[in-house]
Ligand binder design. Structure first.
Ligand SMILES: Cc1cc2nc3c(=O)[nH]c(=O)nc-3n(C[C@H](O)[C@H](O)[C@H](O)COP(=O)(O)OP(=O)(O)OC[C@H]3O[C@@H](n4cnc5c(N)ncnc54)[C@H](O)[C@@H]3O)c2cc1C
Ligand code: FES
Length: 401
């Protein structure tokens, strides 16, 4: 179902949440329980929004090495449309990014649709709490999912497509089992089976659906040139998903800014959130891959900027950002990926309007998983590894000087 967006829950969503809660449970949570959950810094709440209305929500609490799913409900008119799966998937992705090892939940033994959903998402029944629901004397099944299975894996994926989609820019589609990723994460790609080049190359994960993983890369040097020669049917060594991706917006408008090959993580996020302003800047119109796909992001106003004016408007992506920022409120969030100068400027624009800003950084990488300290960036919390603590950082944490 199109045009459902998933954002962080806030007190403004409470009237809709309470209505769904009352329609869903014989003994619903009251407004105080929801309010204290929203205030609890250990808790995360995500709402599904359709046509500006909350149609579902999920709340969870982080406890030492696990996340406990506290509440999940969908408006009766929107059930069986995959919204519960998306909400829970969002909570689980967040837990994996915080290095949680387990997800746990309890569910009424009579709630067959929920039991089926949780089983299909990898939860297993580990024990039964007898008469746990005291109001009805019903038993609860306690179900646990091992999140370590979502950790990066070294896998071999088969190439389905590796096609030039703009000047020296290739779309790579792979098939096979890689643990689920979320926007902003990347994979280390083995471009050669010999020692030349020895190191894998980091590429953002543009999309992942079913058993298909998609990436988009520009030929920069030897590694990406070798990659561009690979043909459908060949196997490619992939280590992923790696790093920490974008955090979801709590509220307010969303502005995406991509420059050049900063496109894949930003497009991935925009296709997931399906709302906001999408600004994409390149040198010239020939450099734009996937224009149709960019223009088709639902519910999103797109601005294309080219330095030579050959397509869209002439100027830099940050020129458009300044203009869009003037029209937005302080609760906006800016997501940016591209050249360092663009990220620094995006951060300055965000600061001017008191908006939040997350930037995805690129550094040369060797291992990709935090072992070599070869990718550090200077932040106000000290040196941090782009591959492990990033690549997505809060822009205000980066020491740009
Ligand atoms: C987390 C992350 C995600 C990335 N995602 C993508 C992506 O989705 N699509 C894409 O096209 N590229 C992406 N990159 C950049 C990509 O990894 C490099 O372009 C690639 O490794 C170059 O390898 P090469 O062997 O072709 O070039 P090399 O021979 O290694 O280098 C060629 C030239 O490119 C420069 N270069 C190489 N790597 C980088 C880098 N990381 N940042 C800036 N300059 C670099 C070198 O300084 C040199 O001038 C990403 C990088 C990171 C760190
Ligand atoms: S690339 Fe080795 S620590 Fe980041």
């Amino acid at each position: 179902m199109d045009l459902v967006t998933y954002i962080q829950a806030s007190t403004g969503h409470l009237p809709h949440i309470l209505e769904i809660e009352r329609k869903s449970f014989p003994f619903p949570w009251d407004v105080n329980t929801f309010s204290s959950t929203l205030e609890d810094r250990r808790c995360e709440g995500i709402v599904a929004i359709k046509d500006e209305m909350v149609v579902g929500y999920c709340f969870a609490i982080s406890l030492s090495n696990m996340v406990h799913v506290l509440n999940l409900a969908i408006h009766p008119c929107f059930r069986r449309k995959g919204i519960a799966r998306q909400l829970l998937g969002n909570i689980l992705s967040g837990a994996v990014s915080k290095d949680k090892m387990y997800a746990v939940l309890e569910v009424r033994t009579s709630n067959v649709p929920a039991l089926t959903l949780y089983s299909s998402m990898g939860f297993t029944h580990v024990s039964t709490w007898y008469k746990y629901y005291t109001e009805t004397n019903e038993d609860a099944n306690v179900m646990v999912k091992d999140l370590r299975k979502n950790k990066a894996m070294d896998v071999e994926l088969s190439i389905v497509k590796n096609r030039e989609v703009a000047s020296e820019i290739f779309s790579l589609v792979l098939e096979g089992d890689m643990p689920p990723s979320y926007p902003g994460q990347f994979a280390m790609v083995m471009v050669s089976r010999t020692n030349e080049p020895f190191l894998r190359r980091p590429l953002a994960i543009l999309s992942q659906e079913g058993g298909t993983v998609e990436m988009l890369y520009r030929i920069m040097g030897e590694g990406t040139r070798l990659l561009s020669k690979k043909r459908p049917g060949e196997l490619l060594g992939i280590l992923g998903p790696l790093g920490r991706g974008f955090r979801k917006p709590e509220s307010g408008s969303v502005i995406y800014v991509a420059g050049g090959m900063g496109l894949p993580p930003i497009l991935s996020l925009a296709e997931k959130l399906k709302t906001g302003y999408f600004i994409y800047g390149v040198k010239t119109g020939d450099d734009i891959p996937m224009l149709e796909r960019i223009m088709a992001i639902p519910n999103t106003e797109t601005i294309i900027m080219t330095e030579d004016g050959s397509l869209g408007e002439q100027g830099l992506s940050t020129d458009a950002l300044r203009r869009v920022a003037e029209r937005t409120t302080a609760d906006a969030v800016i997501y940016a990926c591209g050249p360092e100068g663009m990220l620094r400027e995006a951060s300055a624009v965000a600061r001017n309007i008191h908006a939040r800003c997350q930037v995805s950084l690129e550094e040369r990488m060797s291992c990709g998983f935090g072992a070599c300290a070869g990718c550090v960036v200077n932040t106000f919390q000290g040196n941090q590894r782009v591959c492990r603590e990033g690549p997505v950082f809060n822009a205000y944490d980066i020491n740009w000087s």
